[in-house]
Design a protein around this ligand. Structure first.
Ligand code: ADP
Ligand code: MG
Length: 239
């Protein structure tokens, strides 16, 4: 589903250059739920942006469903992204003055006018994230947890190949975070949605099939739910 090889990213600021990704190799299966953890500044968000086609690597390859996105021109990448990628961010990034339904529908407008099917799908998504009855409410009147539900529904509107989430529970209290994680893992289990989630929170990572530990621009460790020492690993982390 996602194949990343020797991925490198260097940022240039005037004379200064920072090598943020130093050769990342990673394969993600269709339907996997991956958590990426690691210290602040280790390159997690940069990796997510490259996976989502929001930015291009300096070197290396990314294939999404056998499509090499690293080689795409910007226009082509934008089209690919709109069609295949869903994004959820820590700060929701909704359009504050639009309603729940208008926000969820937003990615579908790229294809022109909404069809009857589109509208039914938006209603179904609104229900599936637990916001039934709030369709016409402006999102800036909602709580943080509710706004993140809208953001998840919006991210799923285009039936993305991959849902990318960058610290989706970072602004939420534990109870609200857990609701969001249960929601994500429901889409993962029921719809076989592939999810790549960056998180600081081992509790959040515990919902994933595999935890990828990032350190200084490379993958330091991978731990899978099937590994015999998975539980011990989580316990150590929380200690
Ligand atoms: P993380 O998400 O793991 O905290 P990031 O991927 O956001 O880390 O950032 C990794 C490093 O890359 C940081 O040192 C950051 O300052 C740098 N960086 C990220 N984006 C840019 C950019 N657009 N220009 C220059 N440096 C950047
Ligand atoms: Mg980050």
């Amino acid at each position: 589903m996602i194949e990343v090889s020797n991925l490198q990213k260097e940022f240039l600021n005037g004379q200064e250059s920072t090598q943020v990704l130093k050769g990342v190799n990673l394969n993600i299966e269709e339907g996997e739920f991956i958590a990426i953890m690691g210290p602040s500044g280790s390159g997690k968000s940069t990796l997510l942006q490259l996976l989502g086609g929001l930015d291009v690597p300096t070197k290396g390859e990314i294939e999404i469903d056998h499509t090499p996105i690293h080689a795409m021109k910007e226009k082509e990448r934008t089209v690919f992204r709109r069609k295949n990628m869903g994004f959820v961010f820590q700060n929701y990034q909704l359009l504050p003055n639009l309603t729940v339904e208008e926000n969820i529908a937003f990615p579908l407008h790229a294809d022109g006018k909404l069809t009857k099917e589109n509208i039914e799908w938006i209603h179904e998504l609104t229900r599936s994230v637990g916001l039934e009855g709030l369709n016409d409410k402006r999102v800036n009147l909602l709580s943080g947890g509710q706004q993140q539900r809208v953001a998840i529904a919006r991210a799923l509107a285009n039936h993305p190949t991959v849902l990318l989430a960058d610290e989706p529970t970072g602004n939420l209290d534990r109870a609200r975070a857990e609701e969001i994680l249960v929601l994500l893992s429901t889409f993962h289990r029921k719809n076989k949605q592939t999810i790549v989630m960056v998180t600081h929170d081992i509790f959040a990572a515990g919902f994933a099939d595999r935890i990828i530990l990032f350190k200084d621009g490379i993958i330091d460790q991978v731990i899978s739910r099937e590994d015999s020492d998975y539980a011990k690993y989580l316990a150590n982390f929380m200690a």
